[in-house]
Design a protein around this ligand. Structure first.
Ligand SMILES: [Zn+2]
Length: 148
């Protein structure tokens, strides 16, 4: 059985084998971005980081261990732990409790994995081609490509 997902290095655009890379983000930078954003928007409970004009999320990087360098305060997920859709969902659930997550581009990383029309060239991507006719959220069963 092949993996659902492939990790492609943001720096060299090559696939990352198990044990050779990770998804990572600078949590200190995300904490700082979240704090600055909160000072700017005030206590509004309906304010959302990613939809606030001018808010700049801290980018997750998907890279080989030897490509680029890790941030000083990195949160790291080894690529071999994100090879299936269920693993990805599990990570999203786990990360949802982190105060710094909304100040990162995690949601954009996930949308690029989920939405074939986003045409991402790196990051976490489906290992099999996906039907471009799907609806805006989720795939209708009749539009799914047959599983090999
Ligand atoms: Zn690389």
């Amino acid at each position: 059985m092949t993996d659902d997902l492939v990790a492609v290095c943001d720096l060299c655009l090559q696939a990352i084998a198990d044990g050779e890379g990770a998804l990572e983000v600078d949590t200190a930078a995300a904490d700082r971005a979240a704090r600055i954003w909160r000072e700017r928007v005030g206590p509004d409970p309906l304010a959302v980081f990613r939809t606030t004009p001018g808010a700049r999320p801290v980018a997750w990087t998907v890279r080989h261990g030897g490509c680029g360098s890790a941030p000083r305060f990195a949160y790291t997920i080894a690529v071999e732990r994100v090879r299936s859709w269920t693993a990805l969902l599990h990570w999203w659930t786990h990360l949802a409790d982190k105060s710094w997550l909304p100040a990162t581009d995690w949601q954009d990383l996930m949308v690029r994995a989920l939405e074939p029309r986003q045409a991402a060239v790196s990051g976490i991507l489906p290992s099999r081609p996906r039907d471009l006719r799907g609806g805006p959220i989720g795939d209708r069963p009749e539009d799914r490509l047959a599983d090999e």
